[in-house]
Design a protein around this ligand. Structure first.
Ligand SMILES: CC(C)(COP(=O)(O)OP(=O)(O)OC[C@H]1O[C@@H](n2cnc3c(N)ncnc32)[C@H](O)[C@@H]1OP(=O)(O)O)[C@@H](O)C(=O)NCCC(=O)NCCS
Length: 99
C-alpha cells in the first residue's frame, strides 16, 4: 500500500509442473520504478524458500525482462504461439534451502 492505495500485487502458484510459478506481477503505473516489483518478487522468494521459482513474460516486455535480469533470474525457454508474434519467455531462479 502507498498512500492507502494498492501499489501492486503478485500471485505465486504451484500448478506449473509442481514448481513455484509467479503467474501475476503488476505494479500500479504511478508506483513503478520505486522498487515495488522488486519487493514483491523478493517477498515471494522469501516465502517460497527453496526450490526452483519460475515466471514468464512476453518478449516485448522490456521492464519485466530488465527486472528479471536485475534479480538474477536465468532464461529458461520460450513458448511460441500464445500471443501472436510475441513469444513468451520463461525465467527461473534456484533458491537455496538455507538462505
Ligand atoms: C514489470 C513491473 C512489475 C516492474 O515493477 P517496478 O516496481 O516498476 O520495478 P522496480 O522498481 O522494482 O524495478 C527494479 C529494476 O527493474 C528494471 N526495470 C523496471 N522497470 C523498468 C523499465 N521500465 N525500463 C527499464 N528497466 C526497468 C530496472 O533495472 C529497475 O531498477 P532501477 O529502477 O534502479 O533502474 C512493472 O513495470 C509492471 O507492473 N508492468 C506491467 C505488468 C507486467 O508487465 N508484469 C510482468 C509480468 S507479465
Amino acid at each position: 500500500m502507498v498512500d492507502d492505495a494498492v501499489a501492486g500485487y503478485a500471485v505465486l502458484e504451484y500448478t506449473f509442473f509442481s514448481q513455484g510459478f509467479i503467474s501475476m506481477l503488476i505494479v500500479a503505473e504511478t508506483s513503478r520504478r520505486k522498487g515495488v516489483g522488486t519487493a514483491l518478487v523478493s517477498h515471494l522468494e522469501a516465502i517460497y524458500k527453496t526450490g526452483k521459482l519460475f515466471t514468464s513474460t512476453n518478449e516485448s516486455n522490456e521492464p519485466m525482462k530488465a527486472l528479471m535480469q536485475r534479480m538474477s533470474y536465468e532464461p529458461s525457454g520460450v513458448v511460441h504461439n500464445l500471443d501472436d508474434g510475441d513469444p513468451e519467455l520463461f525465467f527461473f531462479k534456484k533458491l537455496e534451502a538455507n538462505r
